[in-house]
Design a protein around this ligand. Structure first.
Ligand code: NAD
Length: 441
Protein backbone atom coordinates (compact mmCIF):
# COMPACT_ATOMS: atom_id res chain seq x y z
CA UNK A 1 0.00 0.00 0.00
CA UNK A 2 1.42 3.39 -0.96
CA UNK A 3 1.91 6.12 1.61
CA UNK A 4 -0.85 8.52 2.48
CA UNK A 5 0.01 12.18 1.95
CA UNK A 6 0.59 14.28 5.05
CA UNK A 7 -1.40 17.46 5.67
CA UNK A 8 0.41 20.66 4.68
CA UNK A 9 1.39 23.01 7.47
CA UNK A 10 2.49 26.34 6.13
CA UNK A 11 2.28 28.12 2.81
CA UNK A 12 3.28 26.78 -0.58
CA UNK A 13 5.71 28.79 -2.68
CA UNK A 14 5.40 28.51 -6.44
CA UNK A 15 8.47 29.73 -8.30
CA UNK A 16 7.85 29.93 -12.03
CA UNK A 17 10.65 30.05 -14.57
CA UNK A 18 9.44 32.45 -17.26
CA UNK A 19 6.85 35.14 -16.69
CA UNK A 20 5.23 35.10 -20.13
CA UNK A 21 1.78 34.27 -21.44
CA UNK A 22 1.25 30.96 -19.65
CA UNK A 23 2.64 32.03 -16.26
CA UNK A 24 0.91 35.39 -16.13
CA UNK A 25 -2.41 33.77 -17.11
CA UNK A 26 -1.90 31.06 -14.48
CA UNK A 27 -0.98 33.48 -11.69
CA UNK A 28 -3.72 36.00 -12.55
CA UNK A 29 -6.31 33.20 -12.64
CA UNK A 30 -5.32 31.88 -9.22
CA UNK A 31 -5.42 35.37 -7.69
CA UNK A 32 -8.79 36.14 -9.31
CA UNK A 33 -10.20 32.78 -8.15
CA UNK A 34 -9.05 33.54 -4.63
CA UNK A 35 -11.07 36.73 -4.70
CA UNK A 36 -14.11 34.86 -6.01
CA UNK A 37 -13.94 36.81 -9.29
CA UNK A 38 -13.12 33.95 -11.66
CA UNK A 39 -13.60 30.20 -11.92
CA UNK A 40 -10.61 27.84 -12.36
CA UNK A 41 -12.24 26.03 -15.29
CA UNK A 42 -10.22 23.13 -16.71
CA UNK A 43 -8.49 22.32 -13.43
CA UNK A 44 -8.91 18.71 -12.34
CA UNK A 45 -7.82 19.45 -8.78
CA UNK A 46 -10.56 22.07 -8.45
CA UNK A 47 -13.41 20.30 -10.27
CA UNK A 48 -12.95 16.60 -10.96
CA UNK A 49 -14.66 14.02 -8.78
CA UNK A 50 -13.48 10.45 -8.59
CA UNK A 51 -14.76 7.31 -7.02
CA UNK A 52 -13.15 5.94 -3.88
CA UNK A 53 -14.16 2.75 -2.13
CA UNK A 54 -16.19 -0.07 -3.66
CA UNK A 55 -19.63 -1.61 -3.38
CA UNK A 56 -21.76 0.05 -0.73
CA UNK A 57 -18.75 2.10 0.45
CA UNK A 58 -18.31 3.83 -2.85
CA UNK A 59 -18.31 7.62 -2.90
CA UNK A 60 -17.55 10.24 -5.55
CA UNK A 61 -15.41 12.97 -4.09
CA UNK A 62 -13.43 16.02 -5.16
CA UNK A 63 -9.66 15.58 -4.93
CA UNK A 64 -9.43 17.92 -1.96
CA UNK A 65 -11.80 15.65 -0.03
CA UNK A 66 -9.61 12.63 -0.73
CA UNK A 67 -6.12 14.08 -0.34
CA UNK A 68 -4.76 17.07 1.59
CA UNK A 69 -4.14 19.48 -1.31
CA UNK A 70 -2.68 22.91 -0.66
CA UNK A 71 -5.33 25.60 -0.60
CA UNK A 72 -5.21 28.32 -3.27
CA UNK A 73 -5.17 30.91 -0.47
CA UNK A 74 -1.91 29.46 0.79
CA UNK A 75 0.09 30.04 -2.40
CA UNK A 76 2.84 32.65 -2.77
CA UNK A 77 4.27 33.30 -6.24
CA UNK A 78 7.68 34.28 -7.55
CA UNK A 79 9.18 34.15 -11.03
CA UNK A 80 12.36 34.51 -13.06
CA UNK A 81 12.42 36.12 -16.50
CA UNK A 82 14.83 37.48 -19.07
CA UNK A 83 12.67 40.60 -19.35
CA UNK A 84 12.02 42.88 -16.37
CA UNK A 85 8.23 43.25 -16.80
CA UNK A 86 6.35 42.40 -13.61
CA UNK A 87 3.41 39.98 -13.62
CA UNK A 88 0.89 42.78 -14.18
CA UNK A 89 2.79 44.24 -17.13
CA UNK A 90 3.33 40.77 -18.53
CA UNK A 91 -0.38 39.88 -18.27
CA UNK A 92 -1.26 43.12 -20.07
CA UNK A 93 1.46 42.72 -22.73
CA UNK A 94 0.59 39.12 -23.54
CA UNK A 95 -3.01 40.11 -24.34
CA UNK A 96 -4.42 36.76 -23.29
CA UNK A 97 -6.76 38.15 -20.65
CA UNK A 98 -8.95 41.22 -20.83
CA UNK A 99 -8.02 44.13 -18.58
CA UNK A 100 -11.20 43.64 -16.57
CA UNK A 101 -9.88 40.20 -15.58
CA UNK A 102 -6.48 41.58 -14.54
CA UNK A 103 -7.19 44.94 -12.88
CA UNK A 104 -8.81 43.56 -9.68
CA UNK A 105 -5.54 41.82 -8.76
CA UNK A 106 -3.21 44.49 -10.13
CA UNK A 107 -1.60 45.30 -6.76
CA UNK A 108 -0.67 41.67 -6.12
CA UNK A 109 0.60 41.17 -9.67
CA UNK A 110 2.80 44.27 -9.59
CA UNK A 111 4.60 42.84 -6.57
CA UNK A 112 5.70 39.80 -8.59
CA UNK A 113 8.86 41.22 -10.13
CA UNK A 114 10.94 38.73 -12.05
CA UNK A 115 14.23 37.65 -10.55
CA UNK A 116 17.17 37.77 -12.92
CA UNK A 117 17.06 34.82 -15.31
CA UNK A 118 19.67 32.11 -15.61
CA UNK A 119 19.90 32.46 -19.36
CA UNK A 120 22.11 31.67 -22.31
CA UNK A 121 21.26 33.44 -25.54
CA UNK A 122 22.38 30.43 -27.58
CA UNK A 123 19.46 28.46 -26.16
CA UNK A 124 16.80 30.95 -27.33
CA UNK A 125 18.26 33.21 -30.00
CA UNK A 126 15.12 35.25 -30.50
CA UNK A 127 15.15 36.57 -26.93
CA UNK A 128 17.35 39.49 -25.95
CA UNK A 129 16.18 40.77 -22.57
CA UNK A 130 18.72 42.09 -20.08
CA UNK A 131 17.25 40.87 -16.79
CA UNK A 132 19.88 38.17 -16.77
CA UNK A 133 22.29 36.81 -14.15
CA UNK A 134 25.98 37.27 -14.63
CA UNK A 135 27.31 33.75 -14.12
CA UNK A 136 30.95 32.63 -14.01
CA UNK A 137 30.00 29.16 -15.21
CA UNK A 138 27.12 26.68 -15.12
CA UNK A 139 27.91 25.66 -11.55
CA UNK A 140 27.74 29.29 -10.48
CA UNK A 141 24.39 29.50 -12.32
CA UNK A 142 23.10 26.65 -10.12
CA UNK A 143 24.43 28.35 -6.98
CA UNK A 144 22.72 31.64 -7.82
CA UNK A 145 19.37 29.95 -8.46
CA UNK A 146 19.69 28.06 -5.17
CA UNK A 147 20.24 31.35 -3.41
CA UNK A 148 17.09 32.79 -5.06
CA UNK A 149 15.06 29.87 -3.73
CA UNK A 150 16.47 30.25 -0.22
CA UNK A 151 15.85 34.02 -0.24
CA UNK A 152 12.27 33.53 -1.43
CA UNK A 153 11.65 31.10 1.42
CA UNK A 154 13.17 33.49 3.95
CA UNK A 155 11.31 36.56 2.68
CA UNK A 156 7.87 34.96 2.43
CA UNK A 157 8.10 32.31 5.13
CA UNK A 158 6.72 29.63 2.81
CA UNK A 159 7.16 26.12 4.09
CA UNK A 160 7.53 24.36 0.74
CA UNK A 161 8.42 25.42 -2.79
CA UNK A 162 7.61 23.89 -6.17
CA UNK A 163 9.58 25.07 -9.22
CA UNK A 164 7.69 25.10 -12.52
CA UNK A 165 9.34 25.71 -15.90
CA UNK A 166 6.97 27.74 -18.07
CA UNK A 167 9.76 29.53 -19.94
CA UNK A 168 10.53 29.38 -23.64
CA UNK A 169 11.46 26.12 -25.30
CA UNK A 170 15.23 25.81 -25.46
CA UNK A 171 17.13 24.47 -28.47
CA UNK A 172 17.17 20.70 -28.69
CA UNK A 173 19.79 19.07 -26.47
CA UNK A 174 20.12 15.42 -27.51
CA UNK A 175 20.80 13.08 -24.60
CA UNK A 176 24.50 12.37 -24.40
CA UNK A 177 25.11 9.29 -22.27
CA UNK A 178 28.61 10.49 -21.28
CA UNK A 179 27.32 13.76 -19.81
CA UNK A 180 23.69 13.10 -18.92
CA UNK A 181 24.03 9.44 -17.97
CA UNK A 182 25.03 9.94 -14.33
CA UNK A 183 24.84 12.61 -11.67
CA UNK A 184 28.59 12.61 -11.24
CA UNK A 185 29.14 13.31 -14.94
CA UNK A 186 26.46 16.01 -14.97
CA UNK A 187 28.00 17.79 -11.99
CA UNK A 188 31.45 17.55 -13.56
CA UNK A 189 30.09 19.09 -16.78
CA UNK A 190 28.47 21.92 -14.82
CA UNK A 191 31.72 22.59 -13.02
CA UNK A 192 33.65 22.48 -16.30
CA UNK A 193 31.14 24.99 -17.75
CA UNK A 194 30.10 22.69 -20.59
CA UNK A 195 27.67 25.10 -22.24
CA UNK A 196 26.87 22.75 -25.10
CA UNK A 197 25.42 19.96 -22.96
CA UNK A 198 24.16 21.87 -19.95
CA UNK A 199 21.13 23.99 -20.79
CA UNK A 200 20.11 26.73 -18.34
CA UNK A 201 16.96 24.72 -17.61
CA UNK A 202 19.16 21.96 -16.19
CA UNK A 203 20.63 24.47 -13.75
CA UNK A 204 17.13 25.44 -12.57
CA UNK A 205 16.18 21.78 -12.17
CA UNK A 206 19.38 20.91 -10.33
CA UNK A 207 18.98 23.91 -8.02
CA UNK A 208 15.33 23.09 -7.29
CA UNK A 209 15.98 19.45 -6.45
CA UNK A 210 19.05 20.30 -4.37
CA UNK A 211 16.95 22.77 -2.37
CA UNK A 212 14.25 20.17 -1.72
CA UNK A 213 11.71 21.43 -4.27
CA UNK A 214 9.81 19.31 -6.81
CA UNK A 215 10.55 20.36 -10.40
CA UNK A 216 8.08 20.37 -13.31
CA UNK A 217 9.11 20.80 -16.95
CA UNK A 218 6.27 22.41 -18.91
CA UNK A 219 8.23 22.80 -22.15
CA UNK A 220 9.55 19.91 -24.23
CA UNK A 221 13.16 20.39 -23.04
CA UNK A 222 15.05 17.23 -22.09
CA UNK A 223 16.11 18.88 -18.78
CA UNK A 224 14.89 16.33 -16.21
CA UNK A 225 14.38 13.61 -18.78
CA UNK A 226 17.90 12.26 -18.31
CA UNK A 227 19.31 9.57 -15.98
CA UNK A 228 21.49 12.12 -14.13
CA UNK A 229 18.42 14.06 -12.98
CA UNK A 230 16.56 10.87 -12.08
CA UNK A 231 19.52 10.07 -9.85
CA UNK A 232 19.42 13.51 -8.25
CA UNK A 233 15.66 13.21 -7.67
CA UNK A 234 16.21 9.82 -5.99
CA UNK A 235 19.01 11.21 -3.87
CA UNK A 236 17.07 14.26 -2.71
CA UNK A 237 13.76 12.33 -2.60
CA UNK A 238 12.03 14.90 -4.77
CA UNK A 239 9.29 14.42 -7.39
CA UNK A 240 9.98 15.41 -10.99
CA UNK A 241 7.47 15.67 -13.81
CA UNK A 242 7.64 16.42 -17.50
CA UNK A 243 7.59 17.14 -20.22
CA UNK A 244 5.53 19.65 -22.21
CA UNK A 245 2.04 20.71 -21.14
CA UNK A 246 -0.58 18.73 -23.01
CA UNK A 247 -2.90 21.52 -24.04
CA UNK A 248 -4.52 21.76 -27.48
CA UNK A 249 -3.69 19.61 -30.43
CA UNK A 250 -1.93 16.84 -28.53
CA UNK A 251 -4.79 16.63 -26.03
CA UNK A 252 -7.12 16.09 -28.95
CA UNK A 253 -4.71 13.57 -30.46
CA UNK A 254 -4.32 11.52 -27.30
CA UNK A 255 -8.09 11.48 -26.86
CA UNK A 256 -8.97 10.85 -30.50
CA UNK A 257 -6.34 8.27 -31.49
CA UNK A 258 -7.90 5.74 -29.06
CA UNK A 259 -11.14 5.96 -31.10
CA UNK A 260 -9.28 4.76 -34.19
CA UNK A 261 -7.36 2.16 -32.18
CA UNK A 262 -10.29 0.80 -30.20
CA UNK A 263 -12.50 0.56 -33.28
CA UNK A 264 -9.70 -1.24 -35.24
CA UNK A 265 -9.78 1.25 -38.10
CA UNK A 266 -6.69 1.76 -40.25
CA UNK A 267 -4.54 4.89 -40.41
CA UNK A 268 -2.68 6.10 -43.49
CA UNK A 269 -1.62 9.49 -42.27
CA UNK A 270 -2.11 12.25 -39.73
CA UNK A 271 -1.07 15.76 -40.61
CA UNK A 272 -1.17 18.33 -37.81
CA UNK A 273 -0.50 21.96 -38.41
CA UNK A 274 -0.79 25.06 -36.22
CA UNK A 275 -0.64 28.81 -36.57
CA UNK A 276 0.13 30.95 -33.56
CA UNK A 277 1.56 34.37 -32.98
CA UNK A 278 2.70 34.70 -29.39
CA UNK A 279 6.31 34.81 -28.15
CA UNK A 280 6.23 31.03 -27.83
CA UNK A 281 5.45 30.88 -31.56
CA UNK A 282 8.29 33.30 -32.29
CA UNK A 283 10.80 31.15 -30.39
CA UNK A 284 9.48 27.99 -32.05
CA UNK A 285 9.95 29.62 -35.46
CA UNK A 286 13.68 28.98 -34.94
CA UNK A 287 14.35 25.47 -36.37
CA UNK A 288 16.56 24.32 -33.46
CA UNK A 289 13.85 25.24 -30.94
CA UNK A 290 11.10 23.71 -33.07
CA UNK A 291 13.06 20.44 -33.18
CA UNK A 292 12.58 20.08 -29.41
CA UNK A 293 8.83 20.54 -29.81
CA UNK A 294 8.61 18.26 -32.82
CA UNK A 295 10.22 15.34 -31.00
CA UNK A 296 7.78 15.78 -28.15
CA UNK A 297 4.67 16.15 -30.33
CA UNK A 298 5.46 13.20 -32.58
CA UNK A 299 5.82 10.69 -29.77
CA UNK A 300 2.13 10.80 -28.78
CA UNK A 301 0.61 8.94 -31.69
CA UNK A 302 3.33 6.35 -32.18
CA UNK A 303 2.82 4.86 -28.74
CA UNK A 304 -0.99 4.67 -29.08
CA UNK A 305 -1.24 3.31 -32.63
CA UNK A 306 1.75 0.99 -32.85
CA UNK A 307 2.55 -0.23 -36.41
CA UNK A 308 4.50 -3.29 -35.24
CA UNK A 309 1.48 -4.52 -33.31
CA UNK A 310 -1.09 -3.98 -36.09
CA UNK A 311 0.76 -3.94 -39.42
CA UNK A 312 -2.48 -4.27 -41.42
CA UNK A 313 -3.94 -1.17 -39.77
CA UNK A 314 -0.97 1.13 -39.22
CA UNK A 315 1.75 -0.33 -41.42
CA UNK A 316 1.24 1.78 -44.54
CA UNK A 317 1.47 5.32 -45.65
CA UNK A 318 4.99 6.67 -45.66
CA UNK A 319 7.90 6.27 -48.04
CA UNK A 320 9.05 2.97 -46.66
CA UNK A 321 5.49 1.71 -46.42
CA UNK A 322 6.07 0.58 -42.87
CA UNK A 323 4.06 3.17 -40.98
CA UNK A 324 1.40 5.82 -41.37
CA UNK A 325 2.67 9.25 -42.34
CA UNK A 326 2.75 11.56 -39.31
CA UNK A 327 3.75 15.23 -39.55
CA UNK A 328 3.51 18.10 -37.11
CA UNK A 329 4.05 21.72 -38.13
CA UNK A 330 4.00 24.96 -36.18
CA UNK A 331 3.83 28.22 -38.10
CA UNK A 332 4.47 31.63 -36.58
CA UNK A 333 1.65 33.96 -37.59
CA UNK A 334 1.63 37.18 -35.50
CA UNK A 335 -2.00 38.31 -36.08
CA UNK A 336 -3.29 35.36 -34.07
CA UNK A 337 -1.21 36.05 -30.95
CA UNK A 338 -2.15 33.50 -28.25
CA UNK A 339 -5.24 32.29 -30.13
CA UNK A 340 -3.75 29.28 -31.80
CA UNK A 341 -5.50 27.48 -34.60
CA UNK A 342 -4.77 23.80 -35.07
CA UNK A 343 -5.78 21.69 -38.04
CA UNK A 344 -5.64 17.96 -38.09
CA UNK A 345 -6.22 16.02 -41.25
CA UNK A 346 -6.55 12.31 -40.55
CA UNK A 347 -6.58 9.78 -43.39
CA UNK A 348 -8.16 6.62 -42.12
CA UNK A 349 -9.45 3.50 -43.85
CA UNK A 350 -12.13 0.95 -43.08
CA UNK A 351 -13.61 -2.32 -44.28
CA UNK A 352 -11.60 -3.74 -47.22
CA UNK A 353 -9.29 -0.75 -47.10
CA UNK A 354 -11.75 1.94 -48.25
CA UNK A 355 -10.40 5.42 -47.41
CA UNK A 356 -12.09 8.12 -45.33
CA UNK A 357 -11.02 11.44 -43.86
CA UNK A 358 -11.52 13.21 -40.56
CA UNK A 359 -10.79 16.95 -40.15
CA UNK A 360 -10.45 18.60 -36.79
CA UNK A 361 -10.16 22.36 -36.57
CA UNK A 362 -9.44 23.52 -33.02
CA UNK A 363 -9.57 27.27 -32.47
CA UNK A 364 -8.07 27.34 -29.04
CA UNK A 365 -6.37 29.68 -26.63
CA UNK A 366 -2.98 28.37 -25.69
CA UNK A 367 -2.50 29.91 -22.29
CA UNK A 368 -6.14 29.42 -21.28
CA UNK A 369 -5.59 25.69 -21.78
CA UNK A 370 -2.14 25.67 -20.13
CA UNK A 371 -2.99 27.64 -16.97
CA UNK A 372 -5.10 24.93 -15.27
CA UNK A 373 -2.39 22.39 -16.06
CA UNK A 374 0.13 24.58 -14.24
CA UNK A 375 -2.12 24.66 -11.20
CA UNK A 376 -2.77 20.92 -11.21
CA UNK A 377 0.88 20.00 -11.79
CA UNK A 378 2.02 22.29 -8.98
CA UNK A 379 -0.57 21.11 -6.44
CA UNK A 380 -0.13 17.44 -7.28
CA UNK A 381 3.69 17.58 -7.21
CA UNK A 382 3.53 19.22 -3.79
CA UNK A 383 1.11 16.49 -2.70
CA UNK A 384 3.38 13.76 -4.09
CA UNK A 385 6.29 15.16 -2.10
CA UNK A 386 4.24 15.00 1.09
CA UNK A 387 3.29 11.43 0.27
CA UNK A 388 6.99 10.55 0.05
CA UNK A 389 6.87 9.95 -3.71
CA UNK A 390 10.01 10.85 -5.57
CA UNK A 391 11.57 10.51 -9.00
CA UNK A 392 9.47 10.57 -12.17
CA UNK A 393 5.77 10.99 -11.35
CA UNK A 394 4.12 8.82 -13.99
CA UNK A 395 0.66 9.60 -12.66
CA UNK A 396 1.10 13.15 -13.97
CA UNK A 397 1.43 11.88 -17.58
CA UNK A 398 -2.21 12.90 -18.04
CA UNK A 399 -1.10 16.55 -18.14
CA UNK A 400 1.93 16.07 -20.37
CA UNK A 401 2.54 15.73 -24.06
CA UNK A 402 5.68 13.64 -23.81
CA UNK A 403 5.55 11.86 -20.45
CA UNK A 404 8.86 10.94 -18.90
CA UNK A 405 9.70 7.24 -18.75
CA UNK A 406 12.81 5.17 -18.19
CA UNK A 407 13.98 4.68 -21.77
CA UNK A 408 17.19 3.04 -20.53
CA UNK A 409 14.95 0.11 -19.49
CA UNK A 410 12.91 0.23 -22.72
CA UNK A 411 9.92 1.45 -20.73
CA UNK A 412 7.15 2.75 -23.01
CA UNK A 413 5.40 6.01 -22.04
CA UNK A 414 1.65 5.91 -21.55
CA UNK A 415 0.14 8.43 -23.98
CA UNK A 416 -3.41 7.08 -24.18
CA UNK A 417 -5.52 9.74 -22.43
CA UNK A 418 -7.86 7.29 -20.74
CA UNK A 419 -5.08 5.06 -19.44
CA UNK A 420 -3.38 8.17 -18.12
CA UNK A 421 -6.60 9.12 -16.34
CA UNK A 422 -6.69 5.72 -14.63
CA UNK A 423 -3.11 6.26 -13.43
CA UNK A 424 -4.02 9.71 -12.12
CA UNK A 425 -7.09 8.48 -10.25
CA UNK A 426 -5.24 5.58 -8.70
CA UNK A 427 -2.44 7.80 -7.44
CA UNK A 428 -4.99 10.14 -5.84
CA UNK A 429 -6.73 7.15 -4.24
CA UNK A 430 -3.44 5.83 -2.86
CA UNK A 431 -2.34 9.20 -1.53
CA UNK A 432 -5.73 9.45 0.16
CA UNK A 433 -5.26 6.11 1.89
CA UNK A 434 -7.55 4.13 -0.45
CA UNK A 435 -6.65 1.19 -2.62
CA UNK A 436 -5.79 1.57 -6.30
CA UNK A 437 -8.41 -0.58 -7.93
CA UNK A 438 -8.41 -0.39 -11.71
CA UNK A 439 -6.06 -2.30 -13.90
CA UNK A 440 -4.42 -0.57 -16.84
CA UNK A 441 -4.80 -2.89 -19.78
N1 NAD B 1 0.52 27.40 -23.95
C1 NAD B 1 0.55 26.17 -24.34
O1 NAD B 1 -0.43 25.64 -24.84
C2 NAD B 1 1.79 25.37 -24.14
C3 NAD B 1 1.72 23.99 -24.30
C4 NAD B 1 2.85 23.23 -24.09
C5 NAD B 1 4.03 23.85 -23.73
N2 NAD B 1 4.09 25.19 -23.63
C6 NAD B 1 5.38 25.77 -23.31
O2 NAD B 1 5.29 26.64 -22.22
C7 NAD B 1 6.33 27.59 -22.33
C8 NAD B 1 5.77 28.98 -22.06
O3 NAD B 1 4.88 29.36 -23.09
P1 NAD B 1 4.39 30.88 -23.19
O4 NAD B 1 3.34 30.95 -24.23
O5 NAD B 1 4.13 31.44 -21.85
O6 NAD B 1 5.71 31.57 -23.77
P2 NAD B 1 6.19 33.08 -23.59
O7 NAD B 1 7.21 33.30 -24.66
O8 NAD B 1 5.03 34.02 -23.50
O9 NAD B 1 6.88 33.09 -22.15
C9 NAD B 1 8.08 32.47 -21.89
C10 NAD B 1 8.93 33.40 -21.05
O10 NAD B 1 10.10 32.69 -20.65
C11 NAD B 1 11.15 33.63 -20.57
N3 NAD B 1 12.41 32.88 -20.56
C12 NAD B 1 13.03 32.24 -21.58
N4 NAD B 1 14.14 31.64 -21.14
C13 NAD B 1 14.23 31.87 -19.81
C14 NAD B 1 15.15 31.49 -18.80
N5 NAD B 1 16.22 30.75 -19.09
N6 NAD B 1 14.91 31.90 -17.53
C15 NAD B 1 13.81 32.66 -17.24
N7 NAD B 1 12.92 33.05 -18.16
C16 NAD B 1 13.12 32.66 -19.43
C17 NAD B 1 10.93 34.51 -21.78
O11 NAD B 1 11.58 35.75 -21.64
C18 NAD B 1 9.41 34.63 -21.79
O12 NAD B 1 8.95 35.79 -21.12
C19 NAD B 1 6.94 27.43 -23.73
O13 NAD B 1 8.12 26.67 -23.63
C20 NAD B 1 5.89 26.63 -24.43
O14 NAD B 1 6.43 25.85 -25.49
C21 NAD B 1 2.99 25.98 -23.81
Amino acid sequence: MATKAEKPNGKLGVMVVGLGAVSSTFITGVLMTRKGLAKPVGSMTQYDKIRVGRGENKKYLHYKDIVPLADLNDIEFAAWDVYPANAYESAINCEVLKEKDIEPVKEELIKIKPLKAAFDHNYAKRLDGDNVKDCKDRWDMVEQIREDIRNFKKETGVERVVVLWAASTEVYVPVDEKIHGSLEALEAAMQADDKEHIAPSMCYAYAALAEGCPFIMGAPNTTVDIPAMWELAEKTKMPIAGKDFKTGQTLVKSGFAPIIGTRCLGLNGWFSTNILGNRDGLVLDEPANFRTKEVSKLSTLESILVPEEQPDLYGHGNDEDTQYYHKVRINYYPPRNDNKEGWDNIDIFGWMGYPMQIKINFLCRDSILAAPLCLDLVLLSDLAMRAGRYGTQRFLSFFLKSPMHDYTQDEVPVNHLFQQYVMLKNAIREMGGYEADEEID
